[in-house]
Design a protein around this ligand. Sequence first.
Ligand code: NAD
Ligand code: UFG
Length: 336
Amino acid sequence: MNVLLTGGAGYIGTHTCVELINAGHTAVIADNFSNSSPKAVERVEKITNTKIPVYNIDVCDRESVEKLFSENKIDAVIHFAGLKAVGESCEIPLAYYRNNLDSTLTLLEVMKNHGVHNFVFSSSATVYGIPEKVPLVETMPTGCTNPYGWTKLMNEQILTDAAKADSRLSVVLLRYFNPIGAHESGMIGENPNGIPNNLMPYITQVAAGRLECLGVFGNDYPTHDGTGVRDYIHVVDLAKGHVKAIDYADSHKGTEIFNLGTGTGYSVLDIVNAFMKANDLEIPYKIKQRRPGDIAECYADPTKAKEILGWQAEKTLEDMCRDSWNWQSKNINGYE
Ligand code: NAD
Ligand code: UFG
């Protein structure tokens, strides 16, 4: 299939682009580079030895999206493009709603005009809100605690309604848990702007000497060592889940939701210790106050993706820690 990847220059988009091409598909990227670099796409071209058409456009801009669809025969869309910082979404909620909702509406309208019916959406485990219990199953109640999360849940609703009204449409909603790691070449990886909010990029920047010390946000949670537990998944495993998802969309109609996680929860200190062991490095850390809005535990029940998509995560925590550092150490300042 010829797959349009919106946000294809970003962290998950670049890794998915590699796996799609490895699986024999072709890709077109649409990205406005608001949180990424054209160099990331050049690296994907090097890894795959393939030239990829890239459109530097805002996917909320209908005219530009129309032009892309007129110039390329698209079979499926994977919609990664979006703003994703939880804290920032509380400061500028309207920008989040505008960007994250308008992009989906524009894509759905243009896809309809061009007879394209396969849509895979990047949702998030954040839609489970404050979980009553873990592991999380797709049928459990949803609810959000911040505007970013609401944009994910609203998009899920928009896409579900669109598929109900148009029997030709296939929608796959992928709820990602915590992607970390990088392609084994070390040529592409996560490249946050400014000081990272997320755990693994913070750790790798401490290891690289760009930051002094990791703050561990709370050690009084009801978990095995008191620190927060998450379901960390290697980004290459996550990327492979998208290849399964477009195949599924192409052969099924309607909407289906899948958790993409490993099913195993690790605490902050588990991650710090695994990183130090895998890379033979010291990571200085200090226990700090809990971060407002954080939950104690969040991990997936990945059974549905295994049974229906035939997908499961294969890489280990050691792989994730080694590949995160391989990327960071080879690219101390990211793509700059
Ligand atoms: P990213 O910021 O690296 O990639 C997103 C890309 O979209 C960037 O390249 C950015 O420039 C582009 N973009 C944003 N708005 C755009 C617009 N209007 N038009 C064109 N391009 C636009 O983020 P990522 O980590 O690769 O995440 C991809 C998707 O997965 C996002 O929707 C994110 O919300 C979702 N997600 C990410 C995580 C995570 O932890 N990384 C977890 C759950 C869900
Ligand atoms: N943490 C620290 N120190 C840090 C950063 C994080 O101790 O410097 C802790 C957090 O308190 C949490 C764990 O590490 O216990 C993971 O935190 P992340 O910020 O890496 O990830 P979150 O689970 O908080 O959030 C991620 C995405 C969100 C998404 C959410 C649910 O960043 O966008 O998963 O899918 F909404």
